[in-house]
Design a protein around this ligand. Structure first.
Ligand SMILES: Cc1ncc(COP(=O)(O)O)c(C=O)c1O
Length: 368
């Protein structure tokens, strides 16, 4: 029998923490609503599925799952290091890039410190800061895009971390290369900038920054990337960070020894060299984003111009209720009220038939 309430026993910083809501499993939603063949456009996954090379590597790795994985991720870190022209001690692997966001929070933040990030950015930044008891300094977006000048101005002598998601989730926007580089140069050298590039591979060339140049020059920047999006391995949970070697060594001190699985490491190593899969994913995403955006606009909806594999659409009526209605048509999208966009939906780009289902459902729901 507890003599204190569980809440009193827990860290006070957990109070007010709202758990991330990933939504119900698709099979459960279908069962409850009596629908079949629904399309999931809610988590910015790869509609083409995993890379075939990754699937082959998984089959080959399966017989060895009784062994612990290589805790250092030697092969994958080495492959990433040569892919990005950095040394292996500048690479850290994570159970999704999400784990690396958390690890950074744990390693750097404590009560009294400040972390700066955009008010409408990936919700995990907020959770990471909240559990440490550090102060949240949030900066509104400008034109649905990170306002780097305002973020720079929000950095104080108490700031330890700055999070920049580029492209940003949930808006799908990216900052200009020049603005980002100027920002990275201008942040004090003892503040860690976490540049979250989960959707990096979808960026058009003119908006693709070379933040690794800053990292190679020794600046305190941690670039985060993931195998969950363009590489289609979200279910395996594998991401990585690239930063100056001393920063990576520090993060490794607090990292769980076997944080990434042998299957994830094998699949990611193979996916990294599957250029064809990456190119097809990019192509289907670009075409799908263009057509989905145009068709939404033809329905009179405003769409935030996106460079990622999702679009933020203003449906002009309460987003959560609209998402519920779309669900009844078998289309799963993400309402964005929790991000301060009460009438917006975030729609991931699917295959052409999936996008078509989404538009048909939107038409049906909006005409009611
Ligand atoms: C901006 C951003 N960062 C990080 C992540 C985390 O991705 P993962 O943990 O699957 O690598 C996501 C996932 O949706 C994201 O949108």
């Amino acid at each position: 029998m507890l003599t204190r309430s569980l809440d009193a026993l827990a860290s006070p910083y957990l109070r007010g923490l709202i758990p991330y809501s990933p939504g119900k499993p698709i099979e459960e939603v279908e069962r409850e609503l009596g629908i079949r063949e629904s399309v999931k456009l809610a988590s910015n996954e790869n509609p083409l599925g995993p890379s075939p090379l990754a699937l082959q590597a998984l089959r080959e790795a399966l017989p060895n799952v009784h062994r612990y994985p290589d805790g250092s991720g030697y092969r994958l870190s080495g492959a990433l290091a040569s892919h990005w022209d950095v040394s292996p001690d500048m690479v850290i692997l994570g159970n999704g890039s999400n784990e690396l966001l958390e690890l950074a929070g744990r390693c750097f933040l404590q009560p009294g410190d400040e972390a700066v990030y955009a008010r409408q950015a990936f919700v995990v930044y907020d959770m990471v800061v909240q559990v440490t008891g550090a102060s949240k300094v949030t900066v509104p977006l400008r034109d649905f895009t990170h306002d780097l000048d305002a973020m720079r101005a929000a950095v104080s002598s108490r700031t330890k971390l700055v999070f920049v998601g580029n492209p940003n989730n949930p808006t799908g926007t990216a900052v200009s290369v020049r603005a980002l580089e100027a920002f990275l140069e201008s942040v004090p050298s003892d503040v860690l900038v976490i540049l979250d590039e989960a959707y990096y591979e979808f960026l058009p060339p003119e908006l693709t920054p070379d933040a690794l140049r800053c990292v190679r020059a020794g600046r305190l920047v941690l670039v985060l990337r993931t195998f969950s999006k363009i590489y289609g391995l979200a279910g395996l949970r594998i991401g990585y960070g690239i930063g100056p070697a001393p920063l990576i060594a520090l993060l490794n001190r607090a990292r769980e020894p076997f944080n990434t699985s042998s299957l994830a490491q094998a699949a990611a190593t193979a996916a990294l060299r599957d250029e064809q899969h990456v190119a097809s994913t990019r192509a289907i995403t670009e075409a799908g984003r263009k057509s989905l955006s145009e068709q939404c606009r033809a329905l009179g909806l405003s769409v935030v111009p996106s460079v990622a594999n999702f679009v933020l659409v203003d449906v002009g009526r309460p987003g959560p209720a609209t998402a519920d209605e779309l669900l009844r048509h078998g289309v799963i999208v993400r309402p964005m009220a929790g991000y301060g966009f009460p009438t917006h939906l975030r729609i991931s780009i699917g295959t052409p038939p999936e996008n078509g289902r989404c538009i048909a459902a939107l038409k049906a729901v909006l005409s009611k």
